[in-house]
Design a protein around this ligand. Structure first.
Ligand SMILES: C=C1C[C@]23C[C@@]1(O)CC[C@H]2[C@@]12CCC[C@@](C)(C(=O)O1)[C@H]2[C@@H]3C(=O)O
Ligand code: AKG
Ligand code: FE2
Length: 360
């Protein structure tokens, strides 16, 4: 994985207090700093859906899969997949790695804490800086090689864990490119449309971050938030969750629904950059993670995007002659900077922004 993305934070640091990380195991009550109300997050008490709507579940080995993927990207901006080709053994390995990482004592995890100048490493989710309450979770971000950090966490065992990460990344990258073609193919986009937009049609050079998340047992789950509502800034995110529910997705006409963990399946989210690339046809999904008092939850997100310096703009093929593009041309790096300032308002901030103006 390339490490340029990590350095967005050199010039635009997101200040988080990783020194404030609690030892969750020792807390038998919910401290005030972790107690969320509607004042802290407008969407905190948005109603849970009482419809029996559920996220599309797509078997990638079945016929007409592109149409189903395209429909899910347009309506929900997310779907669950099975028969995706990622070996179950590898999913079990990455889950074990994640569990072992977060079960280390706090002082050891802090040896691999995020520094001031890079987002890689252990800490609270980068979006924490937008909220005055703390989230009931801890995270570990990998951009580029995890070797340095893993060496500090597991001096004698880091090679094995680095191999697992590498294999996971390779499988995810292949799967992401395949899903991207299913989604774009459903809109009639062809290889030459992608190449004339300056991208490589096999998405060579794509960049990614891997975000490992841990949501410990929580004494008062209804008043706590695991990971606050957000959209990912990616083209697509592929998420593996352990067997504990917690992920929820939001649709204006439905409310929040929980995405049940189905063993061996993966969740796919449309990210903001894919929304931009399709001129708003595909929706980037608002999602969050809730916590519970019975079982710890782990999730592993593969956040996939274009090469960080690659210009992304609405594909001319998807703009009809009566319409102008809704979004300007910008790189993933520029979009991350926008996101670090405007968070969930980023898409509306850049919508109809004149392309020639510098976005900041
Ligand atoms: C490439 C990236 C996407 C991400 C910010 C980051 O630089 C690395 C961490 C990613 C993550 C994971 C948790 C949710 C999220 C919103 C966050 O706070 O950090 C995403 C960021 C994103 O998609 O914007
Ligand atoms: O834990 C989850 O289910 C959600 C994680 C997530 O949204 C992320 O890492 O971006
Ligand atoms: Fe996310």
């Amino acid at each position: 994985m390339n490490s340029t993305l990590s350095h967005v934070y050199r010039t635009h640091p997101i200040h988080i207090q990783s020194s404030n990380l609690p030892d969750f195991r020792s807390l038998s009550y919910l401290p005030d700093s972790y107690t969320w109300t509607a004042k802290d997050d407008l969407l905190f008490s948005a109603s849970a859906s009482n419809s029996n709507a559920s996220l599309p579940f797509i078997d990638l080995s079945r016929p007409h899969v592109a149409t189903r993927v395209g429909h899910a990207c347009t309506t929900w901006g997310a779907f669950q997949i099975t028969n995706h080709g990622v070996p179950l053994r590898l999913l079990e390995d990455i889950e074990l790695l994640t569990e072992n990482l977060f079960r280390l004592p706090v002082h050891r995890k802090l040896k691999a804490a995020r520094g001031d100048d890079t987002i890689s490493g252990y800490g609270v989710a980068p979006i924490a800086s937008f909220f005055n309450k703390q989230m009931w979770s801890e995270g570990f971000t990998v951009i580029g090689s995890p070797l340095n950090h893993f060496h500090k966490l597991w001096p004698g065992y880091h090679h094995k864990y680095c191999e697992i990460m590498k294999e996971y990344e390779e499988h995810m990258q292949k799967l992401a490119a395949k899903l991207m073609w299913l989604a774009l193919g459903s809109l009639g986009v062809e290889e030459n449309d992608i190449e004339s937009a300056g991208m490589s049609s096999d998405f060579q050079g794509a960049e990614a971050a891997i975000q490992l998340n841990h949501y410990p047992l929580c004494p008062e789950p209804d008043r706590a938030m695991g990971l606050a509502a957000h959209t990912d800034s990616t083209l697509m995110t592929i998420l593996y969750q352990n067997n504990t529910a917690g992920l929820q997705v939001f649709r204006d006409d439905v409310g929040w629904i929980t995405v049940p963990p189905v063993p061996g399946s993966l969740v796919v989210n449309v990210g903001d950059l894919l929304h931009i690339l399709t001129n708003g046809i595909f929706q980037s999904v608002l999602h969050r993670a809730r916590v519970n008092h019975l079982r710890s939850r782990f999730s592993m997100a593969y956040l996939w995007g274009p090469p960080s310096e690659q210009m992304i703009s609405p594909l001319p093929k998807l703009i009809d002659s009566l319409q102008s593009p809704h979004y300007p041309s910008l790189t993933w790096k520029q979009y991350l900077v926008t996101k670090a300032t405007h968070f969930n308002q980023s898409l509306s901030f850049i919508r109809n922004y004149p392309s020639s103006d510098q976005i900041s």
